[in-house]
Write a protein that binds this ligand. Structure first.
Ligand code: HEM
Length: 253
């Protein structure tokens, strides 16, 4: 690629894609660290050690986590805004409504549904709840009284974090497979309405139960797939397979 071409449409798209992947790695890497390292490790610490670790480690990790999530969404929207999804020198972009009905558009829209939900879980649940946990840890370290709401806030943040891990495999699949899906023989004509009905119902139920919006945040057998981190990972792989089956059944004329 000539240097001049870097400053044309395709060059910008490639740069936005690379930046999107870098900040996406930072976000999802920290998500996996929280789920498989930090939560189990902090549970083994003494209360005073845990408060110090929340103050010095979790607090820093959460800064990079939430801003990497925001940067991932911004870069993703920039890709949509500059790319030519028809790849034929058209003047359309990923914002074009013609795109959403295609098989490629269906793939990226499914990825964005999951990715944007995960972003909202970070900013509307995990971070507000973790602010309560961090303030409590700092207060206790300074010799103050423990906040009786801190444990419930930590539990709500944990569930949202597990929900994000659960969604993450399918989300990344749709991100990376989108530009390969043309030409694989899938089609959207007959099955797309059924596909979106099934996907939206599945998404709404899993998000509402997973985060405790329905059924509360107390440990529950109803939410068995999120009660340990290993189950969450296994269930996330199953969800990914469910999406693959939905594509084969509903988008495979
Ligand atoms: C709401 C959030 C997001 C939006 C709007 C978004 C948007 C996009 C778009 C438009 C593409 C290009 C698809 C194509 O036509 O090939 C893409 C690709 C991709 N996205 Fe996202 N994305 C989001 C979240 C994420 C997250 C959380 C990750 C986590 C790692 C991620 C990782 C990727 C990767 C790895 C690719 C493939 C890049 C490539 O093949 O060049 N995205 N995303």
């Amino acid at each position: 690629m000539l240097a001049a071409e870097l400053f044309e449409r395709t060059g910008f798209e490639v740069m936005f894609r690379a930046l999107h992947v870098v900040v996406g790695i930072a976000w999802i890497g920290l998500l996996y660290y929280f789920n498989v390292v930090q939560v189990p490790a902090f549970a083994e610490l003494e209360p005073a050690q845990r408060s110090a670790a929340i103050d010095k480690i979790a607090n820093r990790a959460l800064w990079w986590f939430r801003w990497a999530a925001a940067a991932t969404v911004v870069m993703g929207v920039l890709i949509l805004g500059i790319q030519d999804p028809f790849g034929a020198g058209s003047d359309k972009t990923g914002f074009s409504t013609d795109y959403w009905g295609t098989i490629r558009g269906t793939g990226i829209l499914t990825g964005i549904l999951l990715g944007f939900t995960m972003f909202l879980n970070v900013w509307l649940i995990i971070w507000p709840k973790q602010k309560i946990v961090i303030a409590n840890a700092r207060n206790v370290l300074a010799g103050g009284e423990a906040d009786p709401n801190a444990a419930a806030a930590g539990r709500a943040a944990l569930l949202a974090s597990r929900t994000n891990t659960f969604f993450s495999f399918a989300m990344i699949w749709f991100m990376v497979s989108t530009s390969f899906v043309d030409g694989l023989g899938f089609g959207t004509n007959d099955g797309i309405l059924g596909y979106w009905i099934v996907v939206l119902v599945l998404w709404a139920v899993l998000e509402a139960f997973g985060t405790g919006m329905i059924g509360g945040t107390a440990p529950s057998t109803l939410r068995w797939w999120e009660e340990t981190h290993l189950r969450t990972i296994a269930a996330g792989v199953v969800l990914w397979i469910v999406f693959l089956i939905l594509w084969l059944l509903l988008l495979n004329p």
